[in-house]
Design a protein. Structure first.
Length: 315
């Protein structure tokens, strides 16, 4: 793990460490106290608020030390789901009681056929199997899925919750940062603890709040966003697999900040184009990023549509 990977280093490992989700945590603690943990759970809410973290904590408390984690954005088809459901008959080889805990992240990305294949497992999972679905787009999951799960809705974290965590982490990491900078980072993180910790990490070298503000306004400095810009501008031969890998790497970034960065990059490409054909190509891509986006799924749809145009639908 990189020393700058603060959001993983300080990921909560117990319910009491989870910030800003007191009602959900209280409910889950009660279920454990009564020994009535549901085998099918569904966590929904904004990115970076603790959905996967809570699922991992539950897995750990059930005795599963290494849960099976699936990113539905890259494993969304019926074949992937059939392999998963077939594997459920086998107990886990890790942990203390052979419990198998499955986490499906971005569950709304599953195809309709894949969701249908998952229904029976959600309704009647084997005794040793627990399934947790995590999603930022609850409305995209059909009622047949939602009705088979115990549902928990997570909320954006408050500025105070984020600021308190940032202050703690800054002290632990010996990061010299002012209270004004902490408050700015908390505000710019839009309720996402993961985003806040990433911002804190890249702000290590800043000497004052003005430098932090300037840095946060320039997400194009990140390696991940530079790769995305080059992918879109050059029509990388990596195809859909590359597009999905890049999107996974951008999971913790603010989608509107990414859009602005890509638009700025493509504008420069238009201005520096050497031929009319190049100029028209960049203008066409630039038009895809002309309107604001405020959630991860909307931005992903734009990128995948662009990739579809570049690769002719070769998925």
């Amino acid at each position: 793990m990189s020393k700058d990977d603060l959001h993983n280093k300080y990921r909560p490992e117990d319910f009491d460490e989870v910030a800003g989700q007191s009602q959900v945590v209280k409910s889950l603690k009660t279920l454990f106290a009564k020994g009535k943990v549901p085998h099918s759970l569904l966590f929904s809410g904004p990115s970076g608020t603790g959905k996967t973290t809570l699922a991992r904590i539950i897995a750990k408390k059930l005795g599963c030390s290494v849960p099976v984690e699936i990113d539905a954005a890259g494993n969304r088809g019926i074949d992937n789901m059939k392999l998963l459901t077939e594997s459920m008959q086998y107990s886990s080889l890790t942990g203390t009681n052979n419990i198998k805990f499955i986490i499906i992240d971005e569950a709304h990305e599953l195809t309709r056929e894949a969701m249908d294949a998952l229904l029976k497992s959600l309704e009647e999972p084997p005794n040793h199997v627990y399934i947790s679905l995590c999603t930022t787009e609850l409305n995209k999951l059909p009622l047949t899925i939602r009705n088979r799960c115990a549902m928990y809705t997570l909320k954006e974290l408050s500025l105070d919750d984020i600021a308190d965590t940032l202050l703690y982490v800054a002290k632990e990491e010996s990061i010299k940062v002012s209270e004004d900078a902490i408050n700015l980072i908390a505000k710019e993180s839009m309720g996402s603890m993961r985003q806040a910790l990433q911002y804190l990490s890249v702000s290590r070298a800043c000497k004052n709040v003005d430098q932090v503000a300037e840095l946060l306004e320039s997400p194009e400095n990140s390696v991940e966003i530079k790769e995305l810009c080059q992918f879109i501008a050059k029509g990388s031969k990596g195809g859909w697999s590359t597009a999905l890998r890049i999107l996974k790497g951008l999971k913790g970034y603010n989608p509107e900040s990414i859009r602005i960065s890509v638009a700025n990059y493509l504008t420069t490409c238009v201005l520096e184009a050497k031929t009319e054909k190049q100029s028209l190509y960049f203008l066409d891509k630039l038009s895809c990023f002309s309107k604001p986006v405020y959630n991860r799924q909307a931005f992903h749809d734009i990128i995948l549509n662009v990739a579809d145009c570049v690769f002719g639908g070769d998925k």
